[in-house]
Design a protein around this ligand. Structure first.
Ligand code: NDP
Ligand code: 8X3
Length: 253
């Protein structure tokens, strides 16, 4: 990672695993000084060491944690040019009739309120940078409702609404706003969703070739490195083996 104090600074939330970790590495490779945020300090430190970034513990559902994180970003780097809102995930795949309200609350708190909390806190520095960017990781679940997806759909539709409104509201300001909506990406996502049930998590990707975290990170890197006058508004990306949220092609074992 560049130590040049004039290099732009990128904050990546949920950088302790999966898409966030891959994005931190990709942005460091593109010349950013990267600040990595997540709750698991040990995992975060390992990823940060790998890409020369700054690891700072962060719980996006806790305003005090976000305030302390942003104060540390100011202390370490004094600026922020890019925010990647990636922290998030799903809990459960129950039908609406069986909805677990704690799971719904977790998804709303993490995906929606976490994103607005981080965006609100860093927006002044993003504007001040003269060429700020907010890139938010949504999902195909933000575009297409599916059975068993209601809680996650509701949260990611909410994230998409937030990102699209932000784009409208920042017109005229030097801040670009982008949304990346991936389909199936093999990370710890399904393990978290199914509460550590490895067999159930693996079944999500069985017989198909999913996206990798690096595939999504490369898209974020590409968006971030377009010229300042180019705003990539939305990207929908899926594996070739997936044509819709629940329409996938699986090969026999
Ligand atoms: P992972 O479970 O591998 O990563 C999730 C990351 O979010 C972890 O780094 C986790 O870190 C962090 N996180 C969770 N809760 C919080 C919190 N309260 N505060 C800070 N960080 C938090 O899954 P992915 O990499 O796949 O997920 C990244 C994003 O991509 C999510 O928003 C997800 O919804 C989205 N997505 C995933 C897809 C997939 O198929 N995998 C497809 C489309 C979108 P820690 O636990 O250490 O806090
Ligand atoms: C993750 C993709 O299909 O599990 O955002 O909703 S899916």
């Amino acid at each position: 990672m560049p130590t040049d104090p004039s290099a732009p600074v990128a904050v990546v939330t949920g950088a302790s695993s999966g898409i966030g970790a891959a994005t931190a590495r990709a942005l460091a490779g593109a010349g950013y000084r990267v600040v990595l945020g997540a709750r698991r300090a040990d995992r975060l430190e390992a990823v940060a060491a790998d890409c020369g970034g700054t690891p700072l513990t962060l719980d996006v559902t806790d305003q005090g944690s976000v305030d302390a994180f942003v104060a540390d970003v100011v202390r370490h780097h004094g600026r922020c040019d890019l925010l990647v809102n990636n922290a998030g995930g799903a809990k459960g795949a129950d039908a609406v009739a069986d909805a677990d309200l704690d799971d719904w609350r977790w998804m709303y708190e993490t995906n929606v309120l976490g994103t607005v909390r981080m965006t609100k806190a860093l927006l002044p520095m993003l504007v001040e940078s003269g060429d700020g960017q907010v890139i938010t990781i949504g999902s195909t679940a933000a575009r297409e409702a599916y059975q068993g997806g209601a809680g996650y759909n509701a949260a990611k539709f909410g994230v998409a609404a937030l990102s699209r409104v932000l784009r409208l509201e920042l017109l005229g300001q030097p801040v670009r706003v982008s949304e990346v909506d991936p389909g199936l990406v093999e990370t710890e996502f399904s393990l978290v969703r199914f509460d550590g049930d490895r067999e159930r998590a693996d079944a999500v990707y069985a017989g198909l070739t999913p996206l990798t975290a690096d595939d999504v990170a490369e898209t974020v890197r590409w968006i971030a490195t377009r010229p300042a006058h180019v705003n990539i508004d939305q990207v929908l990306m899926m594996p070739r083996d997936q044509a819709a949220a629940k329409l996938v092609h699986r090969r026999e074992a």
